[in-house]
Design a protein around this ligand. Structure first.
Ligand code: SF4
Length: 460
């Protein structure tokens, strides 16, 4: 009993979050920045913040994550961090030679009110930024929002700093990617390639945070969207944002800065969201959907049909990021499962509205909450009041899983105690099969474990 103090009775809470279902803004900004080729993220704040951001990413991706820090001391906390940041920019370019430094702020530098663009222009004026190199920034005050907000802010920053409209549009489509795994980003590019659609995907952490072991230390792995591609994105004919919370601001910025029309779709997780994604690409790129894609879809539908008896009516509790939870909930409803409890630490009215729209009258007793107070404590209380058959979420749910003896499928961020999530995609039809395999594995293992000897079956 690790969570022995969680009471069953739910009291109204105004100003207390217990075991939040989110992490802090700069972690998202750092992850997004790693999706630019040759980029060094930089945390403008204290060393402690930077260590936390780096170690969370390192533990999830099982890869070393490099980042600079302005190393605030008592002095910079009082007088501001200008001198530290100017020195950091000089040192990073001199010693580590990145093409881009992506600066994000922290609670401390935001509270002081440091003006990062002004500091960066001071660094430029004093010759600390070499020719052909870039310093970009975004504000990530972590007393607001979550890691999702930080990711969205950095992606918008990429558009703000790089995208250029030369006045001549080309045939490319911008795919602004929400927070998914490097494997998912690779899968999105594979799907676009099969469709023969020309895309610029950003950010792109494939071959950065899942780079192969070559025996040689590479400071900047081969992956990541290049600066040239980010500049060129301003000439694309269309933008598709994947995940409203992570990408809508960037898509809007691209439209207002470079006149590139856009749509924002759900991240293509599960059957329906992938259908919409494929049809949108096919429409805007003017390409037909090839048999290869139709066959992948058919295989996913085949597993769903074959295994319906294990899925029907199973109650599920989910937590994590809104852009993942929305299509995942839709997938569960498509599978005729019952996603009954859903929490996200990231706030936004759209989230609850969309989840209720998806569930319609097919999920009785739906409880959904986001933002302050939408935490793992509340999730545990709901479960104590009426249990579920399956948990889906990040590592933080393992305590509930153990205490309540419920199987847990790990999807989301962070996953600190398993591997594989960054290598096997969960987007697209083949990603749907991977999710389905995970769900069925959990449910069928449980059935095996609980079956009395006389009904313990070899063939299921
Ligand atoms: S919440 Fe604020 S103080 Fe804490 S690690 Fe994040 S940026 Fe630093």
């Amino acid at each position: 009993m690790l969570l022995r103090h969680t009471p069953q009775k739910i009291e109204e809470r105004q100003a207390l979050t217990v075991n939040p279902a989110k992490t802090c803004q700069p972690i998202g900004a750092m992850y997004a920045a790693l999706g630019i080729h040759g980029c060094m993220p930089h945390s403008h704040g204290s060393q402690g913040c930077c260590s936390y951001h780096r170690s969370t990413l390192t533990r999830h991706y099982k890869e070393p994550v490099m980042a600079g820090t302005s190393s605030f001391t008592e002095g910079s906390s009082v007088f501001g961090g200008q001198a530290n940041l100017v020195t950091a920019i000089e040192n990073l370019f001199t010693i580590y030679d990145p093409q881009v430094i992506a600066v994000h702020t922290t609670c401390l530098s935001e509270t002081i009110g440091d003006d990062v663009p002004q500091i960066v222009s001071k660094a430029k004026d004093s010759g600390k930024v070499p020719e052909g190199k870039y310093v970009i920034h975004c504000n990530t005050p972590s007393y607001l929002g979550s890691h999702v907000t930080g990711y969205a802010n950095m992606v918008k920053g990429m558009v703000k700093y790089f995208a250029e409209n030369t006045g001549t549009k080309n045939e490319a489509i911008n795919l602004i990617c929400g927070w998914v795994e490097p494997s998912d980003m690779r899968e999105l590019k594979r799907i676009a390639q099969i469709l023969k659609a020309e895309v610029i995907l950003f950010p792109d952490t494939s071959d950065v945070l899942d780079a192969p072991q070559t025996g040689t230390l590479q400071f900047y792995p081969k992956g990541g969207t290049t600066v040239d591609e980010l500049i060129l994105a301003g000439d694309s004919k269309y933008t598709i944002g994947l995940g409203k919370f992570c990408t809508e601001d960037a898509a809007k910025e691209m439209d207002s800065k470079c006149r590139v029309p856009y749509s924002v779709l759900d991240i293509p997780i599960g059957l329906s969201a992938t259908d919409r994604f494929i049809m949108k690409i096919s429409e805007v790129a003017g390409v037909a959907v090839p048999d290869e894609v139709t066959d992948e879809r058919g295989r996913l539908v085949d597993i769903i049909t074959d295994m319906q008896q294990y899925l029907y009516g199973k109650r599920v509790a989910l937590w994590g990021d809104p852009d993942i939870l929305i299509p995942l909930t839709e997938f569960l409803v498509d599978l005729e499962m019952k996603p009954v409890y859903i929490v996200s630490g990231t706030s936004g009215k759209y989230f609850e509205k969309r989840i209720r729209e998806i569930a319609g009258d097919r999920v009785e007793g739906l409880q959904v909450k986001c933002g302050a107070g939408a935490d793992m404590f509340l999730m545990h209380q709901w479960i104590k009041n009426e249990s579920v058959d399956l948990l889906i979420g990040n590592t933080y749910g393992k305590y509930i899983a153990r205490d309540e003896d419920i199987p847990l499928l790990r999807i989301g961020f962070p996953i600190l105690d398993r591997v594989g999530h960054s290598y096997f995609p969960r987007v697209g039809y083949s990603g749907g099969m991977k999710i389905l395999e995970g769900i069925l594995g959990c449910l069928m293992d449980r059935q095996d474990r609980d079956a009395p000897e006389e009904s313990f079956e070899l063939v299921m």
